[in-house]
Ligand binder design. Sequence first.
Ligand SMILES: Nc1nc2c(c(=O)[nH]1)N[C@H]1C(S)=C(S)[C@@H](COP(=O)(O)O)O[C@H]1N2
Ligand SMILES: [Mo]
Length: 549
Amino acid sequence: MKSMNIKVRAFVAGAVGMIVAFGIVELVHGIVDTVPSVLVAVAQRVIEFTPGGFATTAIEVLGAADIPVLITMTIILTLALAGFLAYLSLKSRIAALVGLVVLAAVALASSFSEPLFAPIPTVITILGALYAGSFVARFLLNSSGLRTVEPATKPASPPASDGGPRLAGVRSKEAHSTGGIAVGRRNFLLLSGGAAVAGLAATGAGRWLGSEGAGEISSAAPLPVGSQVGSTASITETLPPPLPEASLDVTGMPPLITPADDFYLIDTALSSPRINVDNWTLKVMGEVDNPIELSYNDLISLPTREADVTLSCISNEVGGGLVSNGRWTGVLLSDVLKEAGVSPEKITSASEQLVGRSADGWTAGFPTETALDGREALVAFGLNESELPLKHGYPVRLVVPGLYGYVSATKWLTELELTNWDFDAYWIQRSWAKEGPIMTQSRIDTVAEEDSLTAGTIQIGGVAWAPHRGIDRVEVSTDDGETWNDAQLAAQLALDTWRQYVYDWEAQPGEHTIKVRATDGDGETQTEDEAAPHPAGATGYHTIQVTVA
Ligand SMILES: Nc1nc2c(c(=O)[nH]1)N[C@H]1C(S)=C(S)[C@@H](COP(=O)(O)O)O[C@H]1N2
Ligand SMILES: [Mo]
């Protein structure tokens, strides 16, 4: 059996030490909410510090996969770095120590930017984990005889043939009187593997414990409204179930109201802030007469209502899935602002922007006017008659009809600030358009390019949306836009929601290019000009090519 190269052994020892360190932090994080996951924290800082263009591309390209990809990259880089440091420690303890201090500094700084962290437990955990990790790495190095063998005690061994120093301990076990328990490759691998498994098990246990806790925090429980002891809350306005006429019975049509589990998901949070509703407050501050801080009970004591609102992400491609329709429960944003003394007449240039800020420091801003113009902008705490799911902003978020999520729909909401227009919120700083009205769009849902179609009646259907303007007309073309046919429309559920359409196409065999276009309630037909999502939202007609047999 050939000995393992020194470099490889040192590298493995360092990486294994890091796995152990990660395991310790993850385990503590799973038990203690206020000690952040250092992995998530570091990856989160990477997201925040990457230039907008890159972050944006990553989000567009990777979509929901951005989280696992980023975490995996962070893990690989950190393990590689730790391996290198272990190797470096063979040549210069000082250099390795400096590297370790830098690692500790990065871990601490990243964790300190996480929402809801507690400084002292976090410092103890991170330093403890790094100490334990380097102890394990050192033990593994010692077990290889790498760190303890003095040149004088080296047994006579053939000169290294690969240019590097040969591993002394591998062939001669008696040589290490200085404390190293020299082991062969098999035992080294066993020891390393054991330590790595322990680290991974700790990580798994931490993840499991953490997810248990998250389950308790938001289990999509029924809304607490009206059932809170000592609360005056009651739903003052509930909506009747959607009329049957609002839904078309066509195979492949998305449900009129998107189930919470299927609601599209976009945010920069690698792990959702876990907020205890008993400690949660909403501050209304900035240029207001009467700054206030509402508890959850204060909030739900205001008149509550339901509203059907379609939410869309500006990153949605034409024909894409980053759009969903929810039945939201909440308090009118205008009612919350009124509590702070805000009224339309008092808006000045100093207070013309309303900025929502989240527990994780994310921001979104839109014209204050929009909150007061009569639309059902909500400080929402419910989705589809249940509490907001953790990922969709539990306990409280904003929903503003007609605006893309990036300028309006702050999840895990903790602050509303009235300020001037100069303030640039999160995605504006990263080069997206300052204002984000949702573009009129339509999508073909019931027919896809890969479907095998046969001649006869084919139902081309889907959804069209222009939140707060409504949809007046949808047309379908089956000849690449030469001629257009009016689609049948379902009843409009609300001005702020999408609308289903269907066109019964008498299909002939051959190749066909199908297009759809919608006209909003103002009589404006969506533009044919194709634009990418960046910077102001995708435009163009959803187009598919089909073959009919
Ligand atoms: N705190 C926070 N809120 C946020 C975001 C975010 O990154 N952080 N993303 C916004 C964006 S870009 C969109 S499109 C919507 C998406 O809401 P959803 O995930 O509930 O569909 O949330 C908005 N609210
Ligand atoms: Mo978005």
